[in-house]
Ligand binder design. Structure first.
Ligand SMILES: [Zn+2]
Length: 176
């Protein structure tokens, strides 16, 4: 039987969410957008996804209202992709998924840490601050490198992401 391209028979909101974020690379594009990646070439460098696939994923995320496309240069035309509110609402999903993935690898050393800027506490599995007992907006989270992170990544985006930085702050790599 051919594999259907959607979950039309599923009356389920998880299936509906997977229509948007269930394809390979999609959630990693969203993750990088939280890290401040905005430009096609930067996504390309950091993800190593095939060009056509990356373009299709960005387009699908724009159509789904997860990313906004914004032209920052006319000649040659260059676009940036920014998370919408709907996209930012995926943060607790990514946080939980990351911790779940780490649990699947006993002994794995964290690659990144996420701290509430106001108090310095590491945010919990749902993006909440255990000390302040509030859900923390990603803009109030600082990402810090963990011991498991490659200290010398091959790509400039990976290198720029070695320094502690707030989520959602545009990443400047000096590239267009
Ligand atoms: Zn806090």
């Amino acid at each position: 039987m051919a594999l259907g391209k959607d979950y039309a028979t599923q009356q389920c909101s998880i299936a509906r969410a997977l229509e948007v974020v269930g394809e390979r690379w999609t959630l990693l594009v969203v993750r990088d957008a939280f890290y401040g990646v905005r430009r096609y070439n930067d996504f390309l460098l950091h993800l190593g996804a095939p060009r056509a696939v990356l373009a299709a994923r960005l387009q699908a995320l724009v159509e789904a209202g997860v990313l906004d496309r914004h032209r920052y240069q006319e000649a040659p035309p260059r676009d940036e992709y920014l998370l919408t509110e709907r996209g930012i609402a995926l943060w607790p999903v990514l946080r939980s998924l990351g911790l779940w993935g780490r649990e699947a690898q006993p002994g794995a050393v964290p690659m990144r840490h996420f701290h509430h800027v106001d108090c310095g506490t590491e945010v919990g599995p749902y993006g909440e601050c255990p000390a302040c007992r509030i859900p923390v907006h990603p803009a109030d989270i600082e990402m810090r490198p963990g011991a498991g992170l490659d200290p010398d990544p091959a790509d400039p985006v990976g290198r720029a992401l070695l320094a502690p930085r707030r989520l959602l702050v545009p990443l400047e790599t000096g590239r267009v």
